[in-house]
Ligand binder design. Structure first.
Ligand SMILES: Nc1ncnc2c1ncn2[C@@H]1O[C@H](COP(=O)(O)OP(=O)(O)OP(=O)(O)O)[C@@H](O)[C@H]1O
Ligand SMILES: [Mg+2]
Length: 303
């Protein structure tokens, strides 16, 4: 279970006059996401969705508030005393105090993240991208949990196959289409068998048809994974209302910047769903009306 309590994020920025100003990207967001659910974070551009997702992943520290995953804090506070520092060093074996900021955020949870721009390594083939992620995850394992080289390779090939990329194992990302790159990022995320996948606008850069296909593939993989192992939780950022409603168990609507929780809309339609299901369409319309209201409010203020 993911529990976000009163998360706020403030960025100090210097304006053109050289004066310090601040920007509040996320304001007081509290959210609980149960295991095995698909939850979408929906909101207009710049409302703080990516920032909030990175805070969930532990890649950014919130200015205020806490994130717990399965009862454990995602980011530990930095050591304050000499004694704490010694035990901290022993635990994390960081290279130098300068690297502290980097290494304190070691993943302590089974999370995989897919970034807004996919972030697969362009100098590695599809297969190498997966093997690399598996090796990183394997480095933290000990004893029998540690996989042999051949097992890593086998797993990588298996997940490429699952996402329909078996024939492209030795191609570089630049040789793949946008949809395939997206599938590669998904294969890499799935290959480490995480409990949580965080996705930042995963289907924004592909055409409408490919997008629908990828959405269905994601739902298929999510159901398949849950059938054989522990439930997989997916938190997905999008600004596409249809996508959010079609995929999710719950749509979390953010207000325009600074991102606050505007509304939480449960989607109880049974799976597999039809995009034209009247329940789904009704929820989409309800959310669109909310956005329309926000836009009208904004234009009233700006007059
Ligand atoms: N490192 C940073 N320093 C200063 N401001 C930042 C930083 N990162 C994000 N912001 C600001 O925080 C706000 C929220 O950004 P964020 O990327 O979270 O938005 P978003 O909802 O993901 O938008 P989009 O839909 O366009 O991806 C924006 O106004 C952005 O300019
Ligand atoms: Mg974003």
């Amino acid at each position: 279970m993911i529990e976000a309590k009163s998360i706020s994020k403030f960025f100090p920025v210097i304006n053109e006059k050289g004066l310090a100003e601040g920007l509040t990207a996320v304001l007081n967001v509290s959210l609980t996401i149960p295991d095995g659910k698909i939850v979408s974070l929906l909101g207009p551009s710049g409302c703080g969705k990516s920032t909030f997702l990175e805070i969930l992943a532990g890649l950014q520290a919130p200015t205020d508030g806490t994130i717990h995953i399965d009862g454990k804090l995602v980011l530990e506070p930095l050591p304050a005393t000499r004694k704490e520092m010694i035990s901290y060093k022993r635990r994390y074996r960081f290279i130098s105090p300068l690297a502290n900021g980097v290494f304190r955020d070691r993943p302590k949870h089974d999370i995989a993240m897919i970034f807004q721009d996919y972030a697969v390594f362009p100098w590695m083939t599809a297969l190498q991208n997966l093997v690399f992620a598996l090796k990183l995850r394997n480095a933290g394992r000990t004893g029998t949990a540690k996989l042999k080289k051949a097992q890593l390779m086998e797993k990588a090939v298996f997940f490429l196959g699952k996402t329909g990329l078996a024939a492209f194992a030795n191609k570089y990302p630049s040789q793949l289409s946008g949809g395939m790159r997206q599938r590669l990022a998904l294969a890499r995320a799935l290959s480490v068998e995480p409990k949580i996948i965080l996705m930042d606008e995963p289907f924004a850069a592909v055409d409408a048809l490919t997008r629908e296909k990828l959405q269905d593939e994601l739902l298929r993989l999510w159901a398949e994974t849950a059938a054989v192992g522990p439930p997989l939780t997916i938190v997905l950022v999008t600004h596409d209302v249809q996508e959010a409603v079609y995929l999710s168990d719950e749509v979390v609507v953010f207000s325009p910047s600074p991102g606050t929780l505007r509304n939480r809309v449960p989607v109880e339609a049974r799976r597999p769903r039809a995009r034209t299901d009247p329940n789904i369409v009704e929820i989409e319309e309800r959310i669109l009306a909310m956005f329309q209201y926000d836009i009208n409010q904004e234009s009233e203020y700006s007059i």
